[in-house]
Write a new protein. Structure first.
Length: 152
């Protein structure tokens, strides 16, 4: 299922944190993604600052996530080499932000390094998802995922 607004990564980079929150709240969960999603860190600080930060993070630390739909899990692509590591379970559940349905990326039982992290994603356009990162119960960051060939 795709949200009709057509929010691509470029538009997400231009949004403030409150705008990103409002978009997340207004978006449906969509289907659980399949395959490789290119990741973009979203600071919510304006296009220029957010674009520079997203570029640095992608080159040095995090490129995105690879979803294995059949296994109900994913692995993050990390380091400048895109190593597939930091596994999470993927399932539908209630969002901590609004109790509505979302897709949860749960690291609590799969990662020693990230066991306190929970991501939630919702679909904001054809092949584009907006995510919220929690550290414990504290929201710390937004991110986008863009899939070239959305199959869900």
């Amino acid at each position: 299922m795709s949200h009709g607004t057509g929010f691509d990564t470029g538009r997400l980079l231009a949004m403030s944190r409150p705008e990103l929150d409002r978009l997340f709240l207004a978006s449906p969960p969509g289907g659980i993604p399949r395959g490789k999603g290119i990741g973009t860190v979203l600071l919510g600080r304006g296009t220029k600052v957010s674009t520079v930060a997203a570029t640095l993070v992608r080159r040095l630390a995090w490129q995105g996530k690879v979803f294995d739909y059949d296994r109900g899990e994913l692995r993050n692509m990390v380091t400048p080499f895109g190593v597939r590591a930091v596994r999470a379970k993927v399932y539908r559940d209630e969002s901590w932000l609004d109790d509505g349905e979302c897709i949860v990326l749960d690291y609590s039982h799969t990662s020693l390094l990230a066991h306190w992290i929970r991501d939630e994603i919702r679909c904001t356009g054809h092949g584009t998802y907006l995510g919220v990162v929690y550290w414990g119960r504290h929201r710390i960051l937004h991110f986008g995922l863009s899939f070239r060939d959305p199959q869900s």
